[in-house]
Design a protein around this ligand. Structure first.
Ligand SMILES: [Zn+2]
Length: 251
């Protein structure tokens, strides 16, 4: 059965129980990691996902709370003997910086590194990224402080749709990504530049006619805001769920 596992649910300031927002989409033939602010290998093993399973890595944008873990993740897989290829996807802004970051570590001198292919995604709406037996993934640019993509994931067998806003102000692009989606996973950092409050996330879910809203990338720990869920529920008729680390969505 295909599934999405929420690996982290916090905004940029993580706490003991909430890592920075990232997730993984697991299918029979492909497993797609979306962002990681720290090396995810051991935590993935704890939940039954070995690193060799990961075929693809989508980087939504080049902010530290989304991509800081990637160099050590790549190095760790290499040291543990990974041989299988890895596809990495992102907007040109993201991919160029990730390649420069790896070059700064002189990774071309690390012998027998497994094949890594960097794929620059065009900054267009509903661009097809991955098409496999279990799911199709599309990307669209959203409205953050730097070039950033959100995603739409269509599960073939279950005929279910999940959209992920990533970091964004309220914008039409996310309405299109989440059109009639079964679940819209929307960020709820707060109402400031490049981000959205939970109330704004709910307005977008309503406009998109999504069935359920999952809030992610919200303030945690000492910054947690008690009214996060109520604010969203006021603007959205469907269920509102607070995404939590290691939550599993089966399809
Ligand atoms: Zn960001």
């Amino acid at each position: 059965m295909a599934k999405i596992i929420i690996l982290g649910s916090s905004n940029a300031i993580a706490d003991e129980n909430h890592e920075n927002a990232h997730l993984i989409c697991v299918g029979k033939t492909r497993t797609v990691l979306v962002d990681s602010s720290r090396n995810p290998i051991l935590r993935l093993r704890d939940i039954g996902i070995e690193f060799e399973q990961i075929t693809d890595l989508i980087l939504t944008h080049f902010h530290p709370d989304h991509i800081s873990g990637i160099p050590l993740f790549l190095m760790d897989m290499w040291l543990r003997g990974r041989k299988s290829p890895l596809e990495i996807y992102g907007l040109p802004h993201t991919i160029e910086r990730m390649e420069n970051l790896m070059d700064a570590f002189s990774w071309k001198n690390w012998p027998n590194f497994f094949p890594v292919t960097f794929n620059k995604l065009p900054s267009v709406a509903l661009n097809p990224v991955i098409d496999c037996t279990d799911f199709k993934i599309y990307s669209s640019p959203v409205c953050h402080m730097i070039p950033t993509i959100g995603m739409r994931i269509e599960f073939n067998e279950a005929k279910k749709v999940v959209a992920y806003s990533c970091d964004t102000e309220p914008c039409d692009e996310v309405v299109h990504l989440g059109k009639n989606a079964d679940i819209l996973i929307h960020e709820a950092s707060g109402n400031f530049v490049g981000h959205s409050s939970s109330a704004q996330a709910a307005e977008i879910a309503t406009q998109a006619n999504a069935k359920r809203l999952y809030l992610i990338h919200y303030p945690t720990g000492e910054y947690w805001q008690e009214n996060t869920l109520e604010d969203a529920q006021r603007n959205f008729d469907g269920d509102v769920v607070l995404a939590e680390d290691l939550m599993i969505l089966n399809f």
